[in-house]
Write a protein that binds this ligand. Structure first.
Ligand code: MSP
Length: 511
């Protein structure tokens, strides 16, 4: 099965922030999971480079927009590589071939009679690249997101007949699985129920954009061009990129994972544009929550922006991934608190998972000649094997329904139960009596087997830690055999070598 997942295409006004890193890590985790269960994944990310916001940022730096975009796009690309993000396509909307796809798409929409010239009057937020709905006292009103004054616009623009698609959009959003989570779906339903109005898709005051064919001085509105980036990404690296090629490569997307602030564009404008062009609409739009820091909104003016690259160099990939995936329920807002972060990493990863593996491998090596215990008769010890089976089932269900925090929670729960099992059975006491030797072998085997499964389940969430666990067990994961089949209980070879234990996760210190 093919599976197309996208992050938003990030504005290149600045380097990646914690919000963009969050979305990208979540998408990466889902993409890794889908690959493991056998899907053919196309994971799309990239950058949104046009528009007034970028044009002004470049001007302020004394650079040509293209020069500025090259620099920041590279930073995004390199940053995702540093985080080991397994994207398949990185689309830049300033690419030549994207421009030709936008033109092709525009022609389709135009021939559906969905474009007309009109006058756009309203208050615009350059930060959001969006007209705001009639805020009161607009001249002194600041955009709540960017804390900047709105700008008045009164100009001739091309319009897209969104109003024509009222009933199509209603039908699409009434499908419960199209917008998630539910609260966001309700917000969009409320917005749509007020009646859709046409929106402008061109600008006359922005030179840094894709020009509208045969309409002098007009460039496309940045959102019209950016959303199409998802489709042109599929044509990337093809000899003759086109809408046709992108469709053949598997359009539509299965999921657009985005922040809640840009849901309207994805769940209302975008499907209408696609229907107008005779293309299929995406299967799902998931609007995740916003991250704050120590309870406060992050912002440059507040001076509290958390640089993801600093987190990366200080703590490494996996601790940050675990916190973002495990501690925040996808769809809800989340708060990054340093103390909580340190506590969670130390409790969950170092104490619960790391220690379990370390001490069990040590015992097994000490008592059984540096090997996984070998015994002839398999005794029945259902508890841990049935717990593991249930964990695997729930974990897969949770992942498939994008409840990543609960999937991660299942892994932790298995680790907690395995620790309990070990502590209850106390093999270090049993080993003192010769007659208990088979029982000890069985207990240690079961715990090692459970850690093998914990390692496999961690693969999409914490790839680095998962491979360290695998190495600690003697490289037992086989990439050429189905991952799901390796989640069966009892696969760890009796009598196989166990390498000397090394700490697989370091404890973090409070700042
Ligand atoms: N360029 C548009 C998207 C076009 S998609 C065709 C855009 N870019 S953005 O860089 O401003 O935002 C990218 C994403 O970051 C959005 O999904 C936004 O919701 C998200 N976030 C911005 N700040 C955030 C937090 N503080 N927390 C979590 N996500 C946040 O919008």
């Amino acid at each position: 099965m093919s599976f197309i997942i996208t992050t938003p295409l990030y504005y290149v006004n600045d380097k990646p922030h914690l919000g963009s890193t969050y979305t990208t890590i979540i998408c990466d985790s889902i993409a890794r999971f889908k690959r493991l269960i056998g899907d053919e994944v196309i994971f799309i990310t990239g950058v949104d480079e046009h528009g007034l916001k970028i044009q002004r940022t470049a001007n302020d730096k004394g650079l040509e927009p293209k020069e500025h975009c090259d620099e920041i796009s590279r930073i995004f690309y390199d940053s995702w590589k540093d985080w080991d993000i397994t994207f398949d396509k990185f689309i830049r909307t300033s690419s030549q071939f994207h421009e030709s796809l936008v033109h092709e798409f525009y022609e389709r929409v135009r021939s559906s009679d969905d474009i007309y010239m009109g006058v756009q009057k309203g208050w615009y937020c350059v930060g959001c690249e969006e007209f705001k709905d009639n805020p009161e006292n607009s001249s002194s009103y600041k955009c709540p997101i960017h804390q900047k004054n709105l700008e008045w616009r009164n100009e001739e623009n091309l319009f897209f007949r969104l109003s024509k698609y009222q009933s199509d959009i209603e039908k699409i959003i009434n499908n419960e699985s199209f917008i998630e989570p539910k609260e966001r779906r309700n917000e969009i339903k409320k917005f749509v129920s007020k009646g859709l109005t046409d929106f402008s898709i061109s600008r006359t005051n922005v030179s840094w954009g894709i020009s509208v064919p045969n309409v002098k001085n007009h460039t496309f509105y940045v959102w019209f061009d950016a959303l199409l980036g998802y489709i042109s990404a599929l044509s990337l690296n093809h000899e003759n990129p086109s809408l046709e090629i992108s469709i053949n490569c598997g359009w539509p997307a299965n999921i657009h994972l985005i922040g809640k602030d840009i849901l309207r564009f994805h769940a209302v404008y975008w499907p209408a544009m696609l229907i107008s062009a005779g293309l299929k609409v995406p299967e799902k739009v998931f609007g995740h929550g916003f991250l704050t820091r120590e309870g406060q909104k992050m912002g440059k003016s507040l001076g509290n922006v958390l640089d993801p690259n600093l987190l990366l160099s200080k703590y490494g990939k996996d601790p940050v991934r675990w916190f973002l995936i495990k501690d925040i329920s996808l769809g809800s807002d989340g708060d990054f608190q340093n103390k909580r972060f340190v506590d969670i990493i130390n409790n969950d990863l170092a104490n619960t998972i790391g220690n379990l593996i370390n001490r069990t491998v040590s015992m097994s090596r000490k008592w059984f000649d540096n090997k996984v215990p070998n015994y002839e008769k398999e005794l029945l010890d259902d508890k841990l094997s049935s717990k593991s089976k249930k964990t695997v089932e729930k974990y897969i269900d949770f992942f498939n329904s994008y409840k990543l925090d609960l999937a991660a929670g299942e892994i932790l729960d298995l680790a907690i139960n395995t620790n309990l099992y070990l502590n209850n059975l106390q093999p270090w006491i049993l080993i003192k009596e010769e007659e208990n030797i088979t029982r000890v072998k069985e207990v240690i085997y079961n715990v090692l087997e459970s850690t093998r499964i914990i390692g496999l389940l961690l693969l999409p969430i914490l790839p680095e830690l998962a491979s360290k666990i695998d190495a600690q067990l003697g490289h037992v994961y086989k990439k050429d055999i189905s991952w799901v089949s390796q989640l069966e209980w009892g696969i760890l070879n009796h009598g196989s070598e166990l390498p000397e234990p090394t700490p697989i996760i370091n404890k973090l210190e409070y700042e």
